[in-house]
Design a protein around this ligand. Sequence first.
Ligand code: VGL
Ligand code: ZN
Length: 239
Amino acid sequence: MQIHDRRFFLQALSLTGLATAVPSFAAGKIKPGANAVLIVVDVQNCFVTGGTLPVAKGEEVVPVINKIAAAFQNIVATQDWHTAGHASFASSYAGKKPFETTTLKYGQQVLWPDHCVQGTDDAALHKDLKLPTAQLIIRKGYNKGVDSYSAFEEADRKTVTGLAGYLKARGIKSVYVTGLATDFCVAWTAMDARKAGFEVSVIEDACRGIDLNGSVAAAWKQMSAKGVKRIQSADLDLA
Ligand code: VGL
Ligand code: ZN
């Protein structure tokens, strides 16, 4: 039977409601190869329930990412890794409250509760995250005066983390981004990966957002304008 015929056959079956009895052929699913990397962004205690900057339902990404990870030969995790008294903390400024903004040398900065301070349990990766094959952990946001949502470059848009060079040196062409938070570190990482010349997909159900004044919708719009693909974990061939 030709592929074409098989598809027609499956369609016909689904019309009769019989398709559930037929095993999936994973037709058209994405199989990440040796030149693909999974980036797991900031799945840390600080960003889940009980953390210092909890993302609503942030912990729900953990089982999804654990499942996806099996399909990747290359995995990089990131950790938000701030100094105490960091410039992105509202507590560093008299009269400022979390989620207000300020202007720093490099531009607008959202001010956050103190979070992900280096070496604290709050900054540790979530205990249920299972990435035994991860090859690199990139820590970011460790320069006291500069934030870094992106795993590629800091908010001054000058200081790089080295991740682009690492991925290129290893022959990586496609980047799949997951983790927390959709509208900040995931989106900035995905857009910077595009800027660095990679093919980029964000796996939506493996991410959760903070959503300040519609920032999740805005982030998807910006990502899409930059050629970032929006996919679901079900689009991957996890066989
Ligand atoms: C993040 C706000 C502040 C993130 C990190 O991981 O998305 N958001 N620091
Ligand atoms: Zn941070």
